[in-house]
Ligand binder design. Structure first.
Ligand code: R5P
Length: 298
């Protein structure tokens, strides 16, 4: 593919895997932080028409400013088609104003990204009431990949015929896809969240006693969802409880909380760099980039 993959120094490892897989030349965006906290970025002085920007949007606030500066500069340096690869897409969970006056972050951040980029590739975006990525981020081409099959294959490599369990209704899409790919059983819990750290879960009406259960979800943030489900599963007699998750956010004490609740293995993808990464989404993203290049006019 003719084009360039621009990335920041803290994502050099992902870029080093993605660039050869997508047949792209990689270049780092130099970043200088001024004493007052402002940023100065420096891109290659001349850019080809096809520019792919890699920026995972975990801890997103400053990264959104980086994307603003990068995308606007790239256009002036020769880019005609700008694609954002954000393996993790932040700000997708607030898709409505739950109380009067709340900012609907998904619409605002999605609109901001769509003004900067022509295309977006991400993995397992958290879409709930807004079903399609292109509605949340209205770019010309919006590609939502899924790591569900990849994670189900990891679960299957470690456990015999595991039951894949979605900890909430949104996870139904992922457990169903993962289970279908390998002919596994799956089930879905119901969840009510009362606060950042307060989660109430009801297990589905399936017999989990003596079974290897793998909780499969898009995100583990505070870890409370997984921990609550794991506690209930252990009490119901599950032989083992593991976690397979696309995005290992694991804020604060989340990983310790998950383990303390009886989760043995934690398997995640490298969509967010984390000590629990065991599977790579690079090949999925590279294939998506090739498909986009085939369908683009440039
Ligand atoms: C929400 O519906 C997501 O799929 C995750 O279940 C949720 O974001 C996990 O959050 P936490 O780890 O904070 O419970």
């Amino acid at each position: 593919m003719e084009g360039i993959l621009l990335h920041f120094d803290d994502e050099a490892r992902v870029a080093a895997k993605l660039a050869p897989a997508a047949d792209l030349r990689a270049a780092v965006i130099e970043r200088h932080r001024f004493p007052d906290g402002e940023l100065r970025l420096r891109l290659p002085a001349v850019l080809p028409p096809q520019v792919i920007v890699l920026r995972g949007l975990h801890e997103p606030n400053e990264k959104l400013v980086e994307l603003l500066l990068t995308a606007r500069s790239a256009r002036t340096l020769g880019a005609r088609r700008l694609t954002l690869v954000a393996p993790y897409l932040g700000y997708m969970r607030q898709d409505a104003a739950f109380r009067p006056g709340e900012a609907v972050s998904q619409t605002i951040v999605g609109g901001f990204l769509a003004e900067l980029f022509d295309a977006l590739i991400t993995v397992d975006p958290h879409l709930h009431r807004v079903l399609h990525l292109s509605d949340a981020v209205p770019v010309e081409q919006a590609v939502a990949l899924s790591a569900a099959e990849l994670l189900a294959s990891v679960a299957l490599a470690h456990r015999e015929r595991p039951l894949l369990l979605g900890p909430d209704e949104e996870a139904a899409q992922w457990v169903e896809a993962g289970a279908r790919a390998f002919g596994l059983d799956f089930a879905v819990c119901t969840k009510h969240r009362h606060g950042d750290h307060e989660v109430e879960i009801r297990l589905p009406e399936v017999d989990v006693s003596g079974r290897a259960v793998v909780i499969l979800d898009d995100v583990a943030s505070t870890g409370r969802t997984v921990a609550r489900a794991a506690t209930l599963l252990r009490a119901a007699g599950a032989a083992s409880v593991d976690l397979a998750v696309t995005h290992a956010l694991f804020a604060g004490d989340a990983l310790a909380t998950v383990r303390a609740a009886g989760v043995e293995h934690v398997w995640s993808t490298d969509a967010i760099a984390h000590e629990t990464n065991v599977a790579s989404v690079t090949a999925l993203i590279a294939a998506a980039l090739s498909r986009l290049a085939e369908h683009s006019d440039d």
